[in-house]
Ligand binder design. Structure first.
Ligand code: SF4
Ligand code: SF4
Length: 220
């Protein structure tokens, strides 16, 4: 591990609950500009299951994780700025162009860095918290030692809890493997329709997370 990587790893020492990894990003649209991605997963501050799931608590859990995540990004940026290393923090938001894709997929990077695998809900599943994490990534023009990528779904073979609970029947009951795309796993237009209905009703974005709350990994 080089000296910069060691210093970045040390930044996470005060947050042992955060999961992070480094990956080569030559597979991505940013591959010519940046050598590596640092991906990290911050657990939602409220870890909900179907037993205690409610929209408000779910939303608050996300916001709590977002606050912690922003602090951590700032700390890493300080190190990179000090050393004059080129980096970029990709936008989280999906483009509203009918395809609903972000400019850089945190999920692809998380699988590639060994942070988690794609579950049948098309969400990254971490061993410790399941899908109850907020992801972020920083693209860095520097070489690092990379994590061991997940190349297939590690969910229990007989589990389909997320598929069964989805009110939109949006999940296609498919076990991910490397090379598959989002459309192989989820009908995103069906999912977005249900989420929009929640949003209209409750005035919040990103609502409906039953496919997260149902996951047995990291059950709160
Ligand atoms: S967020 Fe809701 S609608 Fe979308 S896939 Fe999950 S359970 Fe289905
Ligand atoms: S509910 Fe089961 S199939 Fe769905 S993501 Fe979680 S472990 Fe995988």
């Amino acid at each position: 591990m080089n000296e910069l990587q060691t210093r970045i790893v040390e930044i996470f020492e005060d947050s042992p609950d955060m999961i992070f990894g480094f990956t080569d990003i030559s597979y991505s649209d940013f591959g010519e500009e940046f050598k590596s991605g640092l991906v990290f997963a911050v657990p939602y501050t409220q870890q909900l299951s179907l037993n205690n799931y409610n929209e408000k608590a779910f939303h608050e859990g996300i916001l709590g994780a977002k606050d912690r995540l922003e602090v951590k990004v700032g700390e890493i940026e300080n190190v990179l700025k000090k050393d004059g290393i080129r980096y970029y923090v990709p936008e989280v938001a999906q483009k509203d162009d009918g395809r609903f894709r972000a400019e850089f997929s945190f999920k692809d990077a998380a699988a590639s860095a060994g942070v988690g695998w794609f579950g049948k809900n098309d969400v990254i599943i971490t061993e410790k918290y399941g899908p109850r994490v907020r992801l972020s990534a920083i693209l860095i023009d520097y070489d690092f030692e990379y994590g061991k990528a997940y190349e297939k779904c590690m969910c229990p073979p007989d589990c389909d809890k997320c598929v069964e609970v989805c009110p939109a029947h949006a999940l296609l009951n498919v076990r991910w493997k490397l090379g598959m795309g989002r459309d192989d796993i989820i009908d995103i237009s069906r999912c977005n329709k249900v989420r929009s209905a929640f949003m209209d009703k409750l005035g919040r974005w990103g609502a409906c997370a039953l496919c997260l709350a149902s996951c047995p990994y990291g059950k709160g």
